[in-house]
Design a protein around this ligand. Sequence first.
Ligand code: ATP
Ligand code: LTN
Length: 331
Amino acid sequence: MEERKVVFSGVQPSGSLTIGNYIGAIRNWISLQDEYDCFYSIVDLHSITVPQEPKNLRKNTLELLAVYLACGLDPEKCTIFIQSHVPAHAELCWVLNTMSYMGQLGRMTQYKEKSQKVGENVNAGLFTYPVLMAADILLYQTDLVPVGEDQKQHLELARDLAERFNNKYSPTFKIPEPLIKKEGARIMSLQNPEKKMSKSDENENAYILILDSPDAIRRKIRRAVTDLKGQVKYSDEQPGIKNLIEIYSAFSGDSIEDIEKRYEGKGYSQFKEDLAEVVVSGLAPIQEKYNYYMKNKDYLESVYKKGAERANYVSNKTLRKVYRKVGFIER
Ligand code: ATP
Ligand code: LTN
């Protein structure tokens, strides 16, 4: 059988997903399932780098699994698993930690931003977060990593670590490539279009959640920050409107040019009203499926158990090689 290329990606169960997570990441995972050998993880080990309420973490993890399935990930076609169910991730992370330079980790934008937010007593997990991410990716001999723009720097680090290990010992890891779509890779906050839309924003009007009610979606879009130009144009001078056009295009499938043409000479309020309906109807089938899966906990359990079995099998092959090369005695 011809070897299929491998895809790996993950999302943290750190809260409800925004349409940014959907457009920038998960939506792009769906079409890859048919062609590639895909591993999609719920990265709970990563999520505890910021404080989590244990009860909520458990709940968010299961909800995220239901969202994965509702968005169209098919456990018959890809491997869906919970990161903490596969010990090789933490084990490889340790080995890679010993080969990571403090200087390089200190330059990671996400670390700088998150540690600034935390202030004093930044935990070491926040610092080594990208090393764990490298372990995730490298364990599966991944070719492609579909992510949003903000993860590009972490991917560079994963590539560096793979090369460093391969050079120090012998070829062991495949060098992964990021897969970042041009459109929708960076959906911006509805309240501040200079900032990315983020599920941990303190202002709930800044984001739309995949599970938001139609009324909430309409309200948030109505309140979205725009400008005084009054023309629906995809331009850097109108970052708010540019972002809304991008969201419109992502949900409707219409091209940016078509959208601009359709709203020529029309004001923002008509555009926003239509956009709200496009988003509401785009999310409706996902929400319906989500509710269905959340009522079927046994099914969810069978999906993550089966996923963990395969993920353990594949990742252990790489981990055994690594341990042997490093000089550990075989168990
Ligand atoms: P947090 O706000 O808690 O830091 P997050 O919303 O950035 O988290 P992650 O779990 O870190 O979400 O990211 C999951 C995936 O979604 C990643 O591939 C990331 O690149 C992508 N992503 C996150 N936010 C956006 C966005 N605003 N636009 C496009 N892609 C995004
Ligand atoms: N850091 C990622 C989540 C993540 C990930 C991965 C993405 C953890 N491990 C491996 C791709 C591949 C984020 O989106 N914040």
